[in-house]
Design a protein around this ligand. Structure first.
Ligand SMILES: [Zn+2]
Length: 175
């Protein structure tokens, strides 16, 4: 039940593969800290829909999501299948202070298996923005950062835009 500082790019914990959670009850405090830290970030920055445990320095497979479609913890989340279509999104990350956006290619639709704190196994079909978000957060659990997925434009340049420019464009999710 505390707000942590967000680990920033360069911190080795963000590049570690996180451990699978065996005892779900044991991560209750971690889940609360993820929620509190995400809520504090949203309040301060006005954006932020998800957070992964390594972003507060914990190398365990836990993420916390706040969206209109799903809110809560996802423990040991796993993409079990995906639809055929890939979509380009503008993506940013707290661990880069959400200072800039790059274009990434994500599955338009995924099916995710995960566990809750009580140890219940659940399935979620996610599409669009939620699908993109979950792929971003699950990547964190494998030490993969959004910039690793940045795609080049037809001129061989990274179409990177700063947060202020993204705001001016009306906060687009699709790129
Ligand atoms: Zn991130």
């Amino acid at each position: 039940m505390s707000v942590h500082s967000i680990r920033l790019a360069g911190d080795p914990v963000l590049r570690k593969k996180c451990k699978k959670i065996r005892d779900f009850a044991s991560v209750k405090g971690l889940v609360e800290d993820l929620r509190d830290t995400l809520m504090a970030f949203r309040k301060k920055e006005g954006i932020g829909r998800g957070i992964a445990a390594p972003q507060i320095g914990i190398s365990q497979r836990a993420i916390y999501i706040i969206t209109s479609e799903f809110e809560g913890e996802m423990l040991n989340p796993l993409i079990v299948s995906h639809g055929p279509k890939e979509v380009l999104y503008w993506d940013a990350c707290f661990s880069f202070k959400a200072a800039f956006f790059v274009k990434v290619l994500r599955w338009e639709e995924i099916n995710v298996e995960f566990f809750d704190l009580a140890g219940n196994r659940k399935m979620l079909k996610a599409t669009g923005g939620l699908s993109e978000l979950l792929q971003h957060e699950i990547d964190h659990l494998d030490g993969i950062l959004f910039v690793d997925r940045a795609i080049l434009d037809s001129h061989g340049k990274y179409p990177l835009i700063m947060r202020e420019e993204w705001e001016k464009l009306g906060r687009p999710s699709m790129a």
